[in-house]
Design a protein around this ligand. Structure first.
Ligand code: SDX
Length: 423
């Protein structure tokens, strides 16, 4: 039953409609406030719903994450990334035939236009791969702009297939260009994750099922996360009716920040900087010091205030990868465990409900898999692609308005221009 909400401004009361969620928190529709001459104010959108959605549900207090109603733990254990991508975009798990057709479409679209591959030549070999990936994704618009009608559901589905299919190839090309190596073409005989790993490292190592399975699970865990900063960026950019590849490239840029998807790379750099378990207390003290900008990378979350269910799955996966790779002396894992132990017992972190998030263990897992640190956020980008394009599709599938927030103006009152010679 929707709650009754009434707001009184200078003695005049206005009833505001509440909208009832199928799970979680209901919302107050504040659209009418404009008629009352006021805006809401909520920097960082701490308690603001920017849209309605049916794709992902997070219960931060109870550590619940569901893609289209399916718990992340079940999908990580029993599904695979392409099936999850189909589920996120279409809303239902595919039949066997639908799955086979989707995989075939991905395979058919995973090659990147030969001439377009020259885009990487514009980058120095030391360029961060995220800069190359963001540019390449935006550049794909040049290949598909004329032929994409964003109002057409079939064109939107083809755009999703192209992005999900080509992001591994682009990611691998960015990595290999950065190493001054020639590109490895997609192999249609390999699974999605194995193909990505082979395009990156196929000339230097055997891609085992262990590595491929771990990578696919990492993709699943990163596939979507409701209205996080990068997904909200994709929705905002897409609301202008821009080319979808351009909207997605905006999401890539937003994800790169260390407060968001860049945290996995930052976690590993932090653990490396700490260097030894004996220095963990020193860094925990830095994280608590208000005068020190240092934060514990991989800790805290806007929504999760108990635990991040993905971190739990990732920690288990990390242990499985280390065991199967026969790595039992990963010093960074020891530092991470010590860090987690101390943080969980420390009042500062308990009071602020700061727990390890997905990035805390993903960095260690990726390092154990031999993935270079600069590729961590690229892998997050690869995993999140189905989520971004599913939210864009969901928005484009129903009436929407251009996203255009208002502001609280605190600037100057009107004043007259003064000629430079009289200032
Ligand atoms: C992701 O939104 C999503 O869903 C994101 C994501 C996804 O899948 O898309 O889950 C992926 O981005 C995970 C988060 C990765 N980022 C990090 O690990 C970076 C470290 N974490 C922090 O930067 C921070 O916790 C955020 C950005 C994750 C959350 O920021 P909030 O919600 O704005 O919280 P806040 O910064 O206001 O923190 C509240 C308090 C503050 O202290 P007080 O002012 O109340 O005294 O907690 C403190 C903060 O200083 N705090 C930390 C801390 N995180 C928050 N103190 C030390 N170390 C930290 N990591």
């Amino acid at each position: 039953m929707p709650q009754k909400v009434q707001i009184t401004i200078d003695g005049k009361s206005t009833d505001l409609e509440t909208l009832v969620a199928s799970e979680g928190t209901n919302v107050i529709d504040v659209g009418k406030l404009l008629n009352e001459g006021m805006y809401t104010y909520d920097p960082g959108f701490m308690s603001t719903a920017s849209c309605d959605s049916r794709i992902t549900y997070i219960d931060g207090a109870n550590g619940i994450l569901m893609y289209r109603g399916y718990p992340i733990e079940q999908l990580a254990e029993q599904s695979n990334h392409l099936e999850v991508a189909y589920l996120l975009f279409n809303g239902e798990l595919p039949s066997k035939q639908q799955y086979e057709d989707f995989v075939a479409a991905i395979i058919d679209n995973q090659a990147v236009d030969k001439k377009f591959q020259q885009i990487f030549n514009g980058f120095t070999t030391g360029a961060h791969p995220m800069s190359m990936v963001g540019a390449a994704v935006a550049g794909l618009a040049s290949l598909y702009h004329e032929g994409t009608d964003i109002a057409n559901a079939d064109d939107r589905a083809l755009t999703a297939v192209r992005l999900i299919a080509q992001i591994p190839t682009i990611a691998a090309m960015a990595y290999r260009h950065g190493k001054g190596k020639s590109f490895i073409e997609p192999d249609p005989g390999l699974s999605y994750a194995a193909n990505f790993l082979n395009m990156c490292f196929g000339d230097e190592r055997n891609i085992s099922d262990t590595l491929a399975d771990a990578m696919d699970r990492i993709f699943i865990l990163h596939a979507d996360h409701e209205q996080n900063a990068s997904t909200s960026t994709v929705r905002m950019a897409g609301s202008t009716e821009c080319n979808p590849f351009a909207a997605i490239s905006a999401g890539v840029s937003a994800l790169w920040g260390p407060s968001h998807g860049g945290a996995n790379e930052a976690v590993l750099n932090m653990l490396t900087e700490i260097g030894d378990e004996s220095r963990v207390e020193e860094y925990v003290a830095k994280a608590k010091d208000k005068d020190d900008p240092f934060k514990l990378m991989g800790f805290g979350h806007r929504v999760y205030k108990n635990f991040d269910p993905r971190a739990t799955v990732m920690e288990e996966s990390c242990g499985r990868v280390l065991d199967e790779l026969g790595i039992d002396d990963e010093p960074l894992l020891g530092i991470a465990k010590q860090l987690e132990k101390i943080a969980r017992e420390d009042e500062y972190f308990i009071e602020r409900k700061l727990y390890p998030n997905i990035d805390f263990y993903s960095g260690i897992t990726l390092k154990a898999m031999g993935i270079p640190t600069e590729m961590f956020t690229v892998i997050f980008t690869l995993g999140r692609m189905p989520g971004w394009i599913s939210h864009w599709h969901e928005m484009m599938s129903a009436p929407y308005r251009i996203a255009r927030p208002r502001q609280l103006y605190l600037g100057e009152h009107q004043r007259d221009y003064i000629d430079i010679n009289k200032r």
